[in-house]
Design a protein around this ligand. Structure first.
Ligand code: PMP
Length: 287
C-alpha cells in the first residue's frame, strides 16, 4: 500500500508523522472520507470544497493548491490499483511545541490513504440496521460547528463506544435541546406519509455529501423532501428511516432502541432511493 504524504507517495511503513504534530497532540486538523467507484472519485469537487472550508474554519494554511491535491488524490487512487474504495484525506496542523497555539507549527502535513471499507455487514442493507439513542449529546454549534470535519471525533467516538457496549453498530445523537442531530458517522432521514425529512444542519448535523445526493435523488424522483427539526418521537413514529454517509452509503434503519420503525423492514421510499443511489455510483451516471 502506498500513502501520499506531504508531496510524495511512500510505503505504508514510511508514512509517519512527528509525535509533536498537533494533530496527534490536540486533534488539531481536519479530514474527509471520500469514495471512488470504477476508478472515478465520487463528488470530488464537493469533498475538496468542504475540506478547504474546514481548514479555513480552523485557520489552517494548506501548503498545496486545490489542483495539486486533486492530482494527489487521483495519483493515490491509481497507485492502489483498486477499482472501488475509500479515501481518507487529512490535514494536520504539523509539528510544533507543546503549547496549544498553532503558531509554533511551521507547516501543515497532508496525507492520503486509499483502502477498502465496509462499514456495516452486507445483510443490514437488506434487513435494516438497529439504532440506539446515545446518552452522549452533540456539542452546541456555538461550541464547535457541526460543519467542520475536524480530527476531534471524541464526542462521536464516545457515542459509538456506548452503542458497541450495548450491541449496536450505530447510535442516534441528539443535540442539547433533545432534538435529532445525526448519528456518529452518518446523517439521518425519516419518511412520514410519503415525505422525506432530515434534520437541518443547524440542529447539529454535518452537511453530508451523501445527504445532498439523497436530497437531489428525491427531487429527481419527485419525492417531497424537507429539512425538519425532529426528536425521538418523530423517529419512532416514522414510516421509514435510513442513514447516509460516504462510508455507509444509504442504509435502512429498522429499529430505534426497543421500537420497530414502521413495519420493521426497509420501506418502499427507502428502497427506491437506495436503488437510484446505486445507479448513480455504479458508474452509469457518474461524470
Ligand atoms: N455525520 C458525521 C458526523 C460524519 O462523520 C459523516 C461522515 N463523513 C457524515 C455525517 C456523513 O457525511 P458524508 O455523506 O459527507 O460522508
Amino acid at each position: 500500500m502506498k500513502i501520499w504524504l506531504d508531496g510524495k507517495l511512500v510505503d505504508k511503513e514510511d508514512a509517519v508523522l512527528s509525535v509533536f504534530d498537533h494533530g496527534t497532540l490536540y486533534g488539531d486538523g481536519v479530514f474527509e472520507g471520500i469514495r471512488f467507484y470504477n476508478g472515478k472519485i465520487f463528488r470530488l469537487e464537493e469533498h475538496m470544497s468542504r475540506m478547504f472550508d474546514s481548514a479555513r474554519y480552523i485557520s489552517l494554511t494548506v501548503p498545496f493548491s486545490c489542483e495539486e491535491l486533486t492530482a494527489a488524490l487521483l495519483e493515490t487512487v491509481a497507485a492502489s490499483g483498486l477499482p472501488d474504495g475509500y479515501i481518507r484525506f487529512v490535514f494536520t496542523r504539523g509539528a510544533g511545541s507543546l503549547g496549544l497555539s498553532p503558531s509554533s507549527c511551521k507547516k501543515a502535513s497532508v496525507f492520503i490513504i486509499v483502502d477498502k471499507i465496509a462499514l456495516y455487514p452486507a445483510e443490514l442493507y437488506t434487513n435494516g440496521l438497529e439504532l440506539m439513542t446515545s446518552s452522549v449529546r452533540r456539542p452546541s454549534p456555538a461550541a464547535l460547528s457541526p460543519q467542520v470535519k475536524s480530527l476531534n471525533y471524541i464526542n462521536n467516538i464516545m457515542a459509538k463506544t456506548e452503542a458497541a457496549r450495548r450491541g449496536f453498530l450505530e447510535a442516534l445523537m441528539l443535540n442539547e435541546q433533545g432534538n435529532v442531530a445525526e448519528c456518529t458517522g452518518d446523517n439521518l432521514f425519516i419518511v412520514k406519509n410519503g415525505t422525506v425529512h432530515t434534520p437541518p444542519v443547524t440542529d447539529g448535523a454535518l452537511d453530508g455529501i451523501t445527504r445532498r445526493v439523497v436530497l437531489e435523488i428525491c427531487h429527481e424522483l419527485g419525492i417531497p423532501a424537507v429539512e425538519s427539526t425532529m426528536n425521538r418521537y418523530t423517529v419512532i413514529c416514522a414510516d421509514e428511516c435510513f442513514l447516509t454517509g460516504t462510508a455507509a452509503e444509504v442504509i435502512p434503519v429498522c429499529k430505534l432502541d426497543d421500537t420497530l420503525i414502521g413495519s420493521g423492514n426497509p420501506g418502499s421510499v427507502t428502497v427506491r432511493i437506495l436503488a437510484r443511489f446505486h445507479e448513480l455510483t455504479s458508474g452509469n451516471d457518474n461524470p
